[in-house]
Design a protein around this ligand. Structure first.
Ligand SMILES: [Zn+2]
Length: 267
């Protein structure tokens, strides 16, 4: 499933083909993905110019000249590519740009989502309005993380997956950041904050680790998941990569998801 770095990489690769470019035509090849496409979807897209392509958590947002926003979630298997023509039966939305570029949304499992929202709908959309700070923004720092984790009795990794604490962190990068920060996934969320909610040193380390693993992942150009990309994720039974640690990466199920960690260097 794409996480924040993959979605940001998609945004960066698509932006040159979409922004300040008019949508000349759209083929919508089925009635729905996860939910039906918006009413009059094609008519509301054709002849609009894409003003900007931004990202919030794992959502892509294309601002249109009509003032509506095309909101896209890739779901489990959604992807975009820019091509000269569409040849795959899972190409569900094909956008012909005025430049001649063909921007294709492919989604074999169809858990993707496309919505068209007015500015008012965008401002109060439930999935967006409940999101915590963007992890790579200056709003997200050790103080903000500690404040959000204050008094949390849930495990620290489970807290990181809570989108109200920090937006866009999924199973992979929660494990990765905790290993870099040398913090056990199983300690309580509250342990990174003082009783009054001020950041302990662990909160400083974790904030730095989150920003580092996300930035590094975005910078990788390959969209292919390879286990060698990760510090702990999908490396059960392999050696810990931390110098002189000597630990072995373990996997444990936590809140229904696999957590990968080193029991030696993560405390
Ligand atoms: Zn280790």
């Amino acid at each position: 499933m794409p996480e924040l770095p993959e979605v940001e990489a998609v945004r960066r690769s698509l932006a040159p083909f979409l922004t300040q470019t008019r949508i000349a035509d759209v083929e919508v090849r089925r009635p729905d993905l996860r939910v039906p496409f918006p009413r009059r979807f094609r008519a509301r897209l054709v002849n609009q110019t894409v003003l900007s392509l931004t990202r919030r958590a794992k959502y892509l947002m294309a601002a249109l000249s009509s003032s509506e926003t095309l909101l896209v979630h890739l779901g489990m298997s959604g992807s975009f590519r820019v091509d000269s023509e569409s040849v795959d039966r899972h190409d569900h939305v094909v956008m012909h740009m005025s430049s001649g570029a063909v921007v294709i949304f492919n989604d074999p499992r169809r858990f993707g989502l496309m919505l068209l929202l007015t500015p008012a709908q965008l401002a109060r959309h439930p999935v967006l309005s409940r999101l915590g700070p963007e992890p790579l923004s200056s709003d997200f720092d050790a103080a903000a993380l500690a404040r959000a984790c204050r008094g949390r009795k849930t495990a620290l990794k489970v807290a990181l997956l809570d989108q109200r604490i920090v937006a866009g962190i999924g199973n992979i990068y929660a494990s990765e950041a905790l290993h870099r920060a040398r913090l056990s996934p199983f300690r309580r969320g509250s342990t990174i904050a003082t009783a009054s909610g001020a950041p302990r040193e662990a909160a400083e380390r974790l904030t730095e680790a989150i920003k580092h693993v996300l930035t590094t992942a975005i910078d990788r150009t390959s969209r292919t998941y390879r286990s060698s990309r990760f510090r702990v994720y999908d490396r059960e039974g392999e050696r810990c990569l931390r110098r002189r640690c000597g630990g072995v990466i373990r996997r444990r199920t936590q809140a229904g998801r696999s957590t990968f960690y080193c029991s030696v260097c993560q405390r």
